[in-house]
Design a protein around this ligand. Structure first.
Ligand SMILES: NC(=O)c1ccc[n+]([C@@H]2O[C@H](COP(=O)([O-])OP(=O)(O)OC[C@H]3O[C@@H](n4cnc5c(N)ncnc54)[C@H](O)[C@@H]3O)[C@@H](O)[C@H]2O)c1
Ligand SMILES: [Zn+2]
Length: 677
C-alpha cells in the first residue's frame, strides 16, 4: 500500500516536470514539441491523480497555475484582476456535468448562457483610459504578463481610440478589455513560406505564429505580420457597470472593438451544445482557427456567486473540438525544389480521411524535422490537419514498426536538374544552387507574378508551368515578351483569356520599389525586408549600389540579409536580368516617405461623401478611408466627423455646416489620405 502511494507520488512528480517543460516550450518559446491533444492527456492524468490523492496537491503544481511567468526581456505588465485559464470539456457529458454543478451551486436554474468560438491565439489585455489605448499586455502567469503595448498598437483592428457608435454609452474612465490576438490561416501559410525560403524553421501552427509575432522586441516585425483580434471580456473597469456578459460583448462592439459575430445567446445548455455543433461544421471554412466553444454563464451577478478556482472560473467551460487526426502510412518521401533552391521534403501518404478531407501529402518541413521525429519510409504515422492548413505528420507510431522501414536521406543531387545540393552552415535548409534549374525558374516566376509581388492576375502555377514547359518563358523578363499568338493556341486559352493575361502583364509594368524588390526573390528578402530597403534607399539604383555597411546600418537588417543583397546585385546575371526588365518598359516608383498607417487621421472617424470627386469614384474614396480606419456613412448626423465635398454637393453640405462638422474639399482630402505631398 505504502509502495503504491509512493509510485503515485512519483508519477505525479514526473507529470509535473513534463508539463512544466511543455509549458515553457509553448508559452515562453512559442515552440511546442508535442500536440495540444498529447498535452491535454498529460494534464488530465495529473488532474485526476491529484483529485484522487489530494494529499499530493502542492500550490506550485501546473494544475494550480496559469500559463508561464513573463520573459524578462519584456517590461512586466500587471493585471489588476488576474487573467485565468478555462476548464476543458471533451464530451457532451462533461458539459452537462458542468451545467449540473452550476445549477447546484446556485440553487436555481441558470437564466442564460453565452456560447462563443474559442479563438486559437494569444490572450491579451488592453487598457483604455477615457477611451484612449494606454497599454497592453499578455496573460503571462495570470497576474503579470509581458508589456506588448507598441506591438498591439500595430494591429489594425484594435482601435487606438474608442468611439461610441449606435447610441452606446461613452467609453468609461478605465477599461481593461480582454481578447485573443490571432493570425488568419492564409497569413500563416504566407509567413511559413517566407520562413522556409529564409532557411528559418516554420511555425507549428497559426497560434504559435501569432504568439511569436506579438511577442517581439521590435514592433516593426509585429507590424509586418497581419494579426487580428477579437475581444471577449473585461478585466478591471471604472465608470461603468455591466449586468450580463452579452451586454459586455455588445457594448465593446459599439465602441469599435472587434467582437466575434459568431457568438450566441442561449436559453439553456442544450442550445449552447447545439451552437457547438454548428460551429464545428463551420470550422474548416472559417478564415481563422478555433479549437472549441467557450460556454459562459451570462448574468454577472450569478458569475460572482459562482466565483473561481485558482486556475479557472467556475462559471465558464471550454468545450473543445476533437482534433482532426488519423493514422496512415508513409509510402514515400519526395523532394520539392523552391524558388531559392530550398529542397522541401514531402511525405507521400496512403490516402486517408482526416476530418472529412482526403489527405495524400504532408509537409515534413526540412531534414532536421524528419530526424527529430524519426520519420521513416513505410512508417505508420499520425497526421493532423488543422483547418485547411497543410497537413502535418505529428508523430510516428513506433509500436507498429516491422523493421522494414527505410530511413530517408536528403539527395545530394537536385531531383529536377541533377546539380549538386549544398547546405550552408547554420541553415536547416538544403538548396539546389543552379540558377537555371527548371524547378527554380518556375517557382521564381510564380513568385514574381504573385499577388504581393508584381500581382499579375492569371499567371499562376498552372500557366507558368505550361509556359516554361513549352519554352515560351525561359527567364523572368520573357513574361513581358509574350504575344497573343504565343498564347491563343495553348490548351485552356482562348482569345479572351489570352488578351486578359496580356493586359494583366502590361498593368504590372507600373509598380513600386518594395514590390519589385520582393518580386526578385533575393534570398532572405521577404515583404518586410523589401519594404525596409525601399523606404531607406528610395530608388532601385541606390539599392543596387548599396554596400554591406550601408545595409547593416538599417535597423532591422542583419549580416545575413546584407550579404545576400550585396551578392545578388553583384551577380552579372541578375544585373542583366534587371536591365532586361527595365528595357521591357518596367517603371518602378520610389517609396512614399513615411507609411503613416497606425495613428492615421482617419482612424475611428465617421465620414460622409457628397458631390463628385475628380480623382476617385465614391467607391474608391470610401475604400481608401476605410482602409485607414474610418467608417463611411450615407447621411450627415451629429455622429459625423468629416464631410468630404466634391463638385455639385447636395444638401449634405448644408446640414454639415449647420451642425458645425468639419468640411473637407478634395484637395485637402488628397493630402489627408497621403495621395499628395
Ligand atoms: N502543446 C503543448 O506543448 C502545450 C503546452 C501548454 C499548453 N498547451 C495548450 O494550451 C491549453 C492550455 O492553455 P490555456 O491555459 O491558455 O487555456 P486554454 O487555451 O485551454 O483556455 C483559456 C484561454 O482561452 C482563450 N480564449 C479564446 N477564446 C475565448 C473566448 N471566447 N472566451 C474566453 N477565453 C477565450 C483565452 O486566451 C484564455 O486565456 C492546453 O489545453 C493545450 O491545448 C499546449
Ligand atoms: Zn535544381
Amino acid at each position: 500500500m505504502k509502495d503504491d502511494l509512493e509510485k503515485i507520488r512519483q508519477r505525479i512528480e514526473e507529470l509535473r516536470r513534463e508539463i512544466l517543460y511543455h509549458n515553457y516550450r509553448y508559452y515562453a518559446l512559442d515552440d511546442p514539441v508535442i500536440t495540444d491533444q498529447e498535452y491535454d492527456t498529460l494534464f488530465r492524468e495529473l488532474q485526476e491523480l491529484e483529485e484522487r490523492y489530494p494529499q499530493f496537491i502542492t500550490p506550485d503544481s501546473p494544475t494550480q497555475k496559469v500559463g508561464h511567468p513573463p520573459l524578462e526581456s519584456f517590461a512586466p505588465f500587471e493585471h489588476r484582476i488576474p487573467m485565468l485559464s478555462l476548464e476543458n470539456a471533451f464530451s457532451e457529458e462533461e458539459v452537462l456535468a458542468f451545467d449540473a454543478r452550476v445549477r447546484r451551486a446556485l440553487g436555481s436554474p441558470v437564466y442564460s448562457y453565452v456560447a462563443e468560438p474559442k479563438m486559437d491565439g494569444v490572450a491579451v489585455e488592453v487598457i483604455y483610459e477615457r477611451g484612449v489605448l494606454t497599454g497592453a499586455g499578455t496573460r503571462g502567469d495570470g497576474r503579470v504578463g509581458e508589456d506588448v503595448t507598441p506591438n498591439v498598437k500595430t494591429i489594425r483592428s484594435i482601435p487606438l481610440r474608442l468611439t461610441a457608435f449606435d447610441g452606446a454609452p461613452e467609453p468609461p474612465e478605465y477599461l481593461a478589455v480582454r481578447g485573443e490576438v490571432f493570425m488568419e490561416k492564409e497569413e500563416f501559410r504566407r509567413l511559413n513560406r517566407e520562413q522556409t525560403e529564409k532557411g528559418l524553421p516554420p511555425f507549428a501552427n497559426p497560434r504559435n505564429a501569432a504568439a511569436g509575432s506579438l511577442r517581439q522586441l521590435d514592433s516593426r516585425i509585429t507590424a509586418s505580420r497581419k494579426l487580428r483580434a477579437y475581444f471577449y471580456g473585461v478585466g478591471h473597469v471604472e465608470g461603468i457597470e455591466f449586468r450580463s456578459h452579452w451586454e459586455i460583448l455588445e457594448t465593446l462592439r459599439s465602441w469599435g472593438l472587434p467582437v466575434n459575430p459568431l457568438r450566441k445567446l442561449c436559453k439553456d445548455i442544450r442550445s449552447a451544445i447545439a451552437h457547438y455543433h454548428e460551429l464545428e461544421r463551420m470550422r474548416s471554412a472559417l478564415p481563422y482557427e478555433i479549437d472549441g466553444v467557450v460556454i459562459k454563464v451570462n448574468e454577472i451577478e450569478l458569475q460572482k456567486r459562482l466565483g473561481e478556482k485558482t486556475r479557472s472560473p467556475r462559471w465558464a467551460i471550454a468545450f473543445k473540438f476533437a482534433a482532426h487526426q488519423a493514422v496512415t502510412r508513409v509510402v514515400g518521401i519526395n523532394v520539392q525544389v523552391g524558388r531559392t533552391g530550398v529542397l522541401t521534403p514531402v511525405a507521400e501518404l496512403e490516402p486517408v480521411q482526416v476530418g472529412g478531407v482526403v489527405v495524400r501529402h504532408a509537409t515534413l518541413h526540412n531534414y532536421d524535422e524528419i530526424k527529430r521525429k524519426d520519420i521513416r519510409i513505410g512508417d505508420r504515422v499520425v497526421v493532423q490537419r488543422a483547418g485547411d492548413v497543410i497537413p502535418e505528420v505529428v508523430r510516428v507510431v513506433k509500436e507498429a514498426r516491422t523493421g522494414s522501414e527505410k530511413e530517408f536521406a536528403m539527395p545530394d543531387r537536385c531531383p529536377v536538374c541533377a546539380s549538386k545540393v549544398v547546405r550552408f552552415p547554420e541553415e536547416v535548409a538544403y538548396r539546389c544552387i543552379n540558377q537555371n534549374c527548371p524547378a527554380r525558374v518556375k517557382a521564381s516566376i510564380i513568385h514574381f507574378a504573385s499577388r504581393n509581388a508584381m500581382d499579375i492576375e492569371g499567371l499562376g502555377e498552372k500557366t507558368v508551368n505550361l509556359l516554361v514547359d513549352r519554352g515560351l518563358i525561359r527567364k523572368i523578363p520573357d513574361i513581358y515578351r509574350l504575344k497573343k499568338e504565343d498564347l491563343v493556341n495553348l490548351p485552356g486559352f482562348a482569345d479572351l483569356s489570352a488578351e486578359n493575361l496580356l493586359k494583366a502583364i502590361d498593368k504590372s509594368r507600373r509598380t513600386n520599389l518594395s514590390r519589385f524588390l520582393f518580386a526578385l526573390g533575393i534570398p532572405y528578402v521577404g515583404e518586410y525586408t523589401a519594404s525596409l530597403l525601399a523606404t531607406h534607399f528610395k530608388s532601385l539604383k541606390a539599392v543596387m549600389e548599396a554596400g554591406r555597411d550601408d545595409l547593416v546600418s538599417i535597423h532591422g537588417i542583419g549580416d545575413k540579409v546584407a550579404d545576400a543583397v550585396v551578392e545578388y546585385f553583384r551577380n552579372p546575371e541578375n544585373r542583366a536580368m534587371i536591365k532586361d526588365l527595365l528595357d521591357q518598359g518596367l517603371e518602378i516608383e520610389g517609396e512614399p516617405e513615411e507609411v503613416a498607417e497606425f495613428d492615421s487621421f482617419w482612424k475611428g472617424k465617421t465620414v460622409v461623401f457628397t458631390g463628385s470627386l475628380k480623382n476617385f469614384t465614391r467607391d474608391e474614396a470610401s475604400r481608401i478611408v476605410t482602409s485607414l480606419g474610418a467608417r463611411v456613412a450615407n447621411s450627415v448626423s451629429r455622429k459625423t466627423d468629416v464631410v468630404v465635398v466634391g463638385e455639385n454637393p447636395g444638401s449634405k453640405l448644408e446640414k454639415a455646416q449647420k451642425l458645425g462638422i468639419q468640411i473637407m474639399r478634395e484637395e485637402e482630402f488628397l493630402e489627408k489620405v497621403g495621395q499628395r505631398r
